[in-house]
Design a protein around this ligand. Structure first.
Ligand SMILES: NC(=O)c1ccc[n+]([C@@H]2O[C@H](COP(=O)([O-])OP(=O)(O)OC[C@H]3O[C@@H](n4cnc5c(N)ncnc54)[C@H](OP(=O)(O)O)[C@@H]3O)[C@@H](O)[C@H]2O)c1
Length: 282
């Protein structure tokens, strides 16, 4: 660890044997140039998990950032995701090759189906394609994103292989209680996207979050990210700014009380504001 590096995030074991850091860097909506700088900087600070997607159009920049970091490939955990055009067993092999080439890596740690796109009804075959990549050792872990329990049930029934991760939209206003309980029962790690509420600062400025932050001598972002950790989630906050990247990783040296966790969870809006993955996807 270099003197400027923060303690790395703890890890969680995944269903198919890999081990994943519990907190990493989101890279949407950074372009190649911004992603290269943000990823190299984040790894220098201590991040080991980097989250991208074919759809973000920044895999080349992310790959350059990984290389520029100077940290060994095996110490890093790289997630990317595939689009609906890639839903199919052979299509997924091609999507892997394309993303691995752009990222300039031999293997991908975690490859996710970005959205189920049920109208197209090809996500089960896409998942079969991921299972093949896992068996061939091209990826260390496989998973889904924005899958509802009914979608996960179908891939489980069809293949018998547990997805390692389901990455879903989750923050204190979208606590996804039923989905989290379902994923826990199935042994699937739940990963939060837009953990800080996304680009709008509303959640970060909420009086409840601000009051707890003030009381604990932490920033609102740290209080929200610690809440994700208390719930046992994996998450990938996005920041391109070095100070905020560091702040977001420094959430492993304190704990919230049961009462604070409940107060934050009470910001839930009963499912309002959750993107419906039966209707939206790419
Ligand atoms: N699977 C999916 O369908 C899906 C969908 C969306 C996103 N994602 C992934 O999830 C990642 C995170 O989601 P997100 O980027 O939508 O939202 P987010 O991480 O909840 O929030 C990002 C926003 O918060 C700001 N921010 C970050 N840290 C902060 C702090 N400590 N204090 C104040 N502001 C802070 C960032 O600005 P600065 O950069 O200026 O700090 C940015 O505007 C994405 O980057 C992407 O990798 C996945």
């Amino acid at each position: 660890m270099s003197p400027t590096e923060t303690t790395p995030a703890p890890t969680v074991p995944l269903a198919n044997g890999a081990v994943m850091p519990r907190l990493g860097l989101g890279t949407w909506p950074l372009d190649d140039r911004e992603a290269e700088a943000a990823v190299a900087q984040a790894i220098g600070i201590g991040y080991r998990l980097i989250d991208t997607a074919f759809n973000y159009g920044n895999e080349v920049g992310v790959g350059r950032g990984l290389a520029a970091s100077g940290v060994k490939r095996e110490e890093l955990f790289v997630t990317t995701k595939l689009n609906k055009e890639d839903h199919g067993v052979d299509e997924v092999q091609r999507a892997f090759e394309r993303s691995a080439t752009k990222l300039d890596v031999d293997y991908i740690d975690l490859l996710l189906i970005h959205w189920p796109n049920p109208a197209q009804d090809r996500y089960v075959d896409a998942y079969r394609g991921l299972v093949r990549l896992l068996e061939d050792g091209r990826v260390s872990a496989i998973g889904v994103s924005n899958f509802k329990p009914a979608h996960v049930d179908r891939v489980l029934d069809a293949t018998g292989v547990t997805p390692d991760v389901d990455q879903i939209e989750l923050d204190p206003t979208r606590t996804r209680v039923a989905e989290r309980a379902y994923l826990r029962r199935k042994g699937i790690v739940c990963e939060s996207w837009s953990p800080l509420g996304g680009q709008h600062a509303g959640l970060r400025e909420h009086p409840t979050v601000a009051r707890i932050a003030e009381k604990r001598g932490r920033t609102p972002g740290q209080i929200i990210l610690r809440w994700h950790m208390e719930l046992g989630l994996v998450t990938v906050p996005k920041s391109a700014d070095a100070t905020r990247q560091r702040e977001n990783l420094e959430v492993f040296d304190f704990a919230l009380t049961r009462e604070e966790i409940d107060e934050i969870s009470a910001l839930d809006r009963g499912g309002e504001g959750v993107t419906d993955s039966d209707a939206f996807g790419h």
